[in-house]
Design a protein around this ligand. Structure first.
Ligand code: NAD
Length: 295
C-alpha cells in the first residue's frame, strides 16, 4: 500500500491519519510538536477503542491501525516516499505557503500535494509549487472518522488525472467525495459560515437567546445541532477567519463578521476548545448556556 504523509497532527490531522491507517495505508504523521504527536496517537487509540466497544470494529483492527502510523518531526524524511501528502496544519496562509514550498522540494516529483484547508485558495497554494497541476484540496469534515463527506477542491491548474485519483482514493476510505471549484469558502463553508454568522446577528440584535435560536434550527429545520453550538464546536476563531476570507474574497457586506463574534474572539472565547463560547464547557463540558446579557 502507498505511503500517505499527513502534515499536522491536531484535531483534523489525527482523524485523517486514523482513517488512512484503518484502510491499510502506511501513514507518516508529521508535526512540529512532539506533544501534538503524542496526543494524536492517544486520541486515535481512544477513538478506536470506542468503536470496538460500540461493535463497529473488531479489536485486532486497533493494533493493525496503530502499527500503520509512524510519527515524525522532520518533514523531508517523512514525505520522501509519499504518494500523497495531506496538509492539515494550522489555518494560516503564510504558514501553508511556506509548507507547500518545502513539500514541493522534499516530496517525490509525482506525489500529489493536498490541503485540508477550510478556506484558503488552493490555486494560491498551488502557485508556490512547481507542480500546480498536482495540488488539490481534500477537505475532510470534523470528526473525520465519522463524517462521510470529502469536499475535493480543484484549483485553477489541478489536472483531471489528479482530481480523479483523489476522488477514487476518497471512495477507498469509505467517504463520499464531492468535486467543487476553488472559490472562497468552496461550497461547505460558503453556505454554513454565513448561516452561523446570521445566527450570531440574530442573538446580537436581541431577537432571541442562545437556546431559543438553536432550538428553532434543531426542531424547525431538523439540524442535528443548533448553529451557535456548532460554532462553538468549530471554534469561533475559525468561524471568524473563514468569514474574513469570504468578505475579502467577494467584497460583499453580507459576509461581514458580526461585531459580537469579533468581540468574543478578541476576548478569547473560542468555544469548546477554550472552555467557553455561546455555551459554557468549563466544568462538566456539558453545554450550559452562558449567562450573559444575551441569554
Ligand atoms: P489544530 O490547531 O487542531 O492542529 C494544527 C496542527 O498543526 C497543530 O498540531 C500544530 O502543532 C501543527 N503545525 C503547525 N505548524 C506546523 C508545521 N510547520 N509543521 C507541522 N505541523 C505544524 O487545527 P485543525 O483544527 O486540525 O485544523 C487543521 C486544518 O484543517 C486547517 O487548515 C483547518 O482550517 C482545517 N479544517 C479544520 C476543521 C475543524 O473543524 N477543526 C474542519 C475542516 C478543516
Amino acid at each position: 500500500m502507498q505511503t500517505i504523509a499527513v502534515l499536522g497532527a491536531g484535531t483534523m490531522g489525527n482523524g485523517i491519519a486514523q482513517v488512512f491507517a484503518q484502510h491499510g495505508f502506511q501513514v507518516h504523521l508529521i508535526d512540529v510538536s512532539n506533544d501534538a504527536l503524542g496526543s494524536a496517537i492517544a486520541t486515535i487509540e481512544k477513538n478506536l477503542n470506542r468503536m470496538v466497544d460500540k461493535g463497529v470494529l473488531e479489536s485486532p483492527v486497533i493494533e493493525k491501525t496503530l502499527a500503520n502510523i509512524k510519527t515524525f518531526t522532520a518533514l523531508p524524511e517523512a514525505v520522501k516516499d509519499a504518494y500523497l501528502v495531506v496538509e492539515a496544519a494550522t489555518e494560516n496562509v503564510e504558514l501553508k505557503l511556506s509548507l507547500f514550498k518545502e513539500l514541493d522540494a522534499a516530496a517525490p516529483p509525482d506525489a500529489i500535494l493536498a490541503s485540508n484547508t477550510s478556506s484558503i485558495s488552493i490555486s494560491r497554494i498551488a502557485a508556490v509549487t512547481k507542480r500546480p497541476e498536482q495540488v488539490i484540496g481534500m477537505h475532510f469534515m470534523n470528526p473525520v472518522p465519522i463524517m462521510k463527506l470529502v469536499e475535493v477542491i480543484r484549483g485553477y491548474s489541478t489536472s483531471d488525472e489528479v482530481a480523479g485519483a483523489i476522488v477514487s482514493l476518497s471512495k477507498k476510505l469509505g467517504k463520499t467525495p464531492t468535486l467543487v471549484n476553488d472559490y472562497p469558502g468552496f461550497v461547505a463553508n460558503r453556505i454554513l459560515i454565513p448561516m452561523i454568522n446570521e445566527a450570531i446577528e440574530t442573538l446580537y440584535h436581541g431577537v432571541a437567546g442562545v437556546a431559543e435560536i438553536d432550538t428553532v434550527m434543531k426542531l424547525g429545520m431538523a439540524h442535528p445541532m443548533g448553529p451557535l453550538q456548532l460554532a462553538d464546536f468549530i471554534g469561533l476563531d475559525v468561524c471568524l477567519s473563514i468569514l474574513n476570507v469570504l468578505y475579502e474574497g467577494f467584497k460583499q457586506p453580507k459576509y461581514a463578521p458580526c461585531p459580537l463574534l469579533v468581540n468574543m474572539v478578541r476576548a478569547g472565547k473560542f468555544g469548546v476548545k477554550s472552555g467557553e463560547g455561546f455555551y459554557d464547557y468549563s466544568e462538566s463540558r456539558k453545554a450550559e448556556k452562558v449567562s450573559s446579557q444575551f441569554s
